[in-house]
Design a binder for this molecule. Structure first.
Ligand SMILES: Cc1cc2nc3c(=O)[nH]c(=O)nc-3n(C[C@H](O)[C@H](O)[C@H](O)COP(=O)(O)OP(=O)(O)OC[C@H]3O[C@@H](n4cnc5c(N)ncnc54)[C@H](O)[C@@H]3O)c2cc1C
Length: 355
């Protein structure tokens, strides 16, 4: 088969992921502009080759066998800032823009709404997929709309936030039964507030601000505090950090009906502390996955050969080098099985498996 100039063959994917694991892509396109992205999708359609989307690779586990179809990496760039009147400002960024650089620019301009999401690796275009969130803030609070290429309908469209059905680390883009599942995100628009009041809900952040001697926190102070807290927990994917090869939290905090929660809580032995939990507005209860894992026999820094748990964060599975995705996924399964046996709760994986 004659390949168009933008298609490469047998490209290693591990260096494009934060876990640094997995095999190669049979076909690969680095889409630095939307035209190349569409041409790549048209080429895969014409040749009946399945396509997969990759961006910053910070929420992805590539299987060791690699991907037999086409992997398109979204590397588009661009940003627009439009005043909307009053203190509202629309910031629109291309899907391939690095997320944390966007957050840094917004906080520097004094725009509130993304500050608690500082230091999260990856791209702008991936943030709506799992409704990225941290420290009491998530992107669904500020996303106005998402411009997508609808692969099935072969057309571009703008999806308003209400249609994205954002939930906890969830959206319609992840729902295999929803038409949005086959869309490639091209651009995301956020509405932020000038001179907005920064959000400091988490005690970790309050302590970091106090330690830094900050009284009335500005947006930038909150960004700096979030980065300081993340650095302590090895949650920045920084060069030199022994826990840097991870996909962040590997498991979601389970959300369950109150009756299921009661059954789980009844397994706490007499005299033991309860498992931390939070009441959800829906009436359900969200439970700390980290506590379930720790109290099922796993601890920070624990190793299984070349993989293990971060020494600073029990929810982060890490790769120490020289391992395989099979090792990592087997360890994840071991954790899921132990938590299920001990607590009757099945943990759900957060990262996506690319195969
Ligand atoms: C150290 C560390 C800390 C982290 N902390 C957090 C955190 O606090 N909160 C949090 O929510 N997440 C966190 N994450 C997870 C991750 O950074 C985010 O989910 C991020 O948004 C993934 O972006 P990405 O570009 O790397 O996506 P990728 O891993 O490349 O892709 C993830 C998924 O999104 C899809 N996708 C990506 N771009 C597009 C697009 N343009 N169109 C359609 N589909 C697309 C891919 O197909 C894949 O299914 C962390 C990860 C690490 C390594």
């Amino acid at each position: 088969m004659d390949l168009p100039s933008f298609v490469r063959e047998h490209v290693a994917l591990a260096p494009m992921t934060t876990l640094e694991l997995g095999g190669s892509a049979r076909f690969f396109v680095d889409a630095t502009d939307e035209r190349t992205l569409r041409d790549a999708l048209a080429w895969s359609r014409e040749h009946k080759i399945t396509h997969r989307i990759l961006a910053g690779g910070s929420n992805t586990v590539v299987v060791d066998e690699g991907v037999s179809g086409l992997v398109i990496r979204v590397s588009t760039r661009g940003e627009r800032v439009e005043p909307l009147g009053g203190d509202r400002v629309r910031v629109t960024a291309a899907a391939g823009e690095p997320w944390d650089a966007l957050v840094a620019r917004c906080t520097r301009r004094g725009l509130a709404g993304l500050e608690c999401l500082s230091g999260i690796p990856g791209s702008v275009g991936a943030t709506p997929i799992q409704n990225v969130g941290a420290y009491g803030q998530d992107v669904s609070e500020t996303i106005e709309s998402v411009r997508v290429w609808d692969v099935r309908a072969q057309r571009e469209r703008v999806v308003p936030a209400a249609e994205c059905r954002f939930g906890y680390r969830d959206s319609a883009f992840k729902d295999k039964h929803c038409h949005l599942n086959s869309c490639v995100i091209l651009e995301v628009s956020f509405v932020l507030r000038e001179r907005g009041i920064p959000r400091v809900r988490y005690s970790d952040l309050q302590v970091a601000l106090y330690d830094a001697g900050v009284g009335e926190a500005t947006i930038e102070d909150v960004r700096n505090a979030v980065i300081a807290v993340r650095a302590k927990k090895s949650m920045l994917a920084r060069e030199g950090d022994p826990n840097r090869r991870s996909a962040g939290s590997f498991f979601k905090n389970p959300v369950m009906a109150r009756s299921k929660y009661a059954a789980m809580a009844s397994r706490v032995a007499v005299g033991q502390a309860p498992i931390p939990s939070w009441d959800e507005p829906s009436g359900a209860v969200k439970v700390a996955a980290a506590a379930l894992i720790e109290r099922s026999g796993f601890s920070k820094g624990m190793r299984r050969g070349a993989v293990g748990l971060s020494s600073e964060h029990v929810l982060a599975l890490v790769h120490h080098g020289g391992g395989t995705s099979a090792d990592l996924l087997a360890f994840a399964e071991e954790i899921v099985a132990a938590v299920r046996d001990q607590w009757g709760v099945t943990l759900e994986r957060e990262p996506v498996i690319l195969r």
